[in-house]
Design a binder for this molecule. Structure first.
Ligand SMILES: [Zn+2]
Length: 399
């Protein structure tokens, strides 16, 4: 059933104003109204600037940094639903894609203390020691099932916090994520050493995802467990070249953790790596780390393919509250073959997201279009990423 546009927008305005005013009332009203308002608002999002065909199921979805600061961890520890409510709002946007990818910015190393050794299980109490916030993160392992239930398939574990719990922390993190049926890329177990990439099938296309990091915050990588973006052992472009030459891989996507924190502009170093990755055969490059958005561009590989490059998708969730840091984006790409039979990534489009701290629910991320305060994040995302590809509601109201 389709509602007349005018009726729908009047209903939407009422829902928005009701929801906004509900926040000024008591907590019980807020809890009841959030459920109703989220349902109503999912039908209220604009569809007028959605390109034809944009509502087809995306092949790939990418989201930015899962950066669980202390407040998000303590809120999760204090409620039986744990981290769940923080991600519920974006689960439909992630689940729509055939494969969804996020960057987990820190270990989720069960019972590993700050010294990198096994400790007694603290249970669900957040002590900021075994599980901790900035500057050395470690997230309760319950985050793994929550990400999986939110629709995530692949987790990039190569980032500057990858070694925050040492070599054992890397191993334990990979074990925890595998236990939740999540695939990982960019870090590997100390023994036996695994490959850096992971492979998923999208239809008949087998895609290798390869993550790397510019740094491990000065912590020594004694057992060579985190793939460096800019090093030579091995070099990322060479790895991509060897992946796409393998008979059982059709395409490679590079996921670099790179760039300058809080800068909305990519550096020359980012641009050079993106071009080298494209020339080596990558079909897309999707970056993270700056905690703010950077542009999405199409670059041309040496042999003429167009390669989408998203320099930074910003934070998916954090407790950083400036507009630039609370605004992120989910990027959708499709995969197809060009006239020469080469795999290409097409139709880049994005769903701007926004993090809020709600009474009762705590810190949570939603598509910006679903939030009364989301207009500022939508405008910011369009300013940085460009208005041509915006898909504010992620077609969440489409069949
Ligand atoms: Zn980072």
């Amino acid at each position: 059933m389709r509602f007349p546009r005018s009726l729908l927008s009047t209903g939407c305005e009422m829902a928005l104003s009701f929801w906004s005013s509900a926040f000024r009332r008591d907590i019980h009203v807020v809890r009841r109204t959030i459920t109703v308002a989220v349902f109503l608002l999912s039908a209220c999002t604009p569809t007028t600037n959605t390109a034809p065909g944009a509502c087809a199921r995306p092949d790939l979805a990418f989201a930015g940094d899962v950066l669980l600061h202390q407040i998000i961890q303590s809120e999760a520890a204090a409620r039986p639903t744990g981290f769940g409510p923080a991600f519920q709002g974006i689960s439909r946007a992630l689940s729509r894609a055939r494969v969804s990818v996020v960057n987990l910015e820190g270990p989720t190393a069960r019972n590993i203390g700050p010294n990198g050794r096994d400790m007694r299980d603290p249970g669900t109490i957040f002590d900021n020691r075994i599980y901790s916030g900035f500057p050395r993160f470690n997230y309760h392992p319950s985050i793994a099932d929550v990400l999986r239930n939110a629709g995530v398939d692949v987790v990039q574990t190569a980032n500057n916090h990858a070694l925050d719990r040492g070599p054992l922390g890397v191993d334990r993190t990979l074990q925890v994520l595998a236990g939740a049926a999540l695939q990982t890329t960019g870090t590997r177990r100390a023994i036996p050493q695994q490959s850096w990439h992971t492979v998923r099938s999208v239809g008949d296309i087998r895609v290798a995802f390869l993550a790397c990091t510019y740094s491990t915050n000065g912590l020594p990588d004694l057992r060579h467990q985190a793939l460096g973006c800019y090093g030579n052992s091995p070099s990322v472009p060479n790895l991509i070249r060897s992946l796409v030459q393998q008979g059982n891989i059709d395409a490679a996507v590079l996921l670099p953790h790179w760039g300058t924190e809080y800068s909305s502009r990519p550096t020359q170093r980012q641009r050079r790596l993106a071009q080298a990755a494209a020339d080596a055969g990558a079909v897309a490059v999707v970056g993270a780390h700056p905690h703010v958005l950077q542009p999405i561009e199409l670059i041309t590989a040496r042999e003429g393919r167009q390669v989408p490059v998203a320099y930074s998708l910003g934070n998916l969730i954090s407790s950083q509250w400036t507009l630039e840091r609370r605004t992120g984006t989910i990027l959708y790409l499709d995969l197809g073959r060009d006239g020469a039979g080469r795999v290409v990534a097409t139709s880049p489009r994005y769903v701007p997201t926004r993090v809020e701290r709600f009474v009762g629910r705590g810190v949570a991320v939603f598509p910006a279009a679903e939030l009364p305060q989301g207009a500022a994040s939508l405008a910011h995302a369009q300013r940085i990423l460009g208005p041509g590809m915006v898909n504010p509601d992620g077609c969440l109201s489409a069949p």
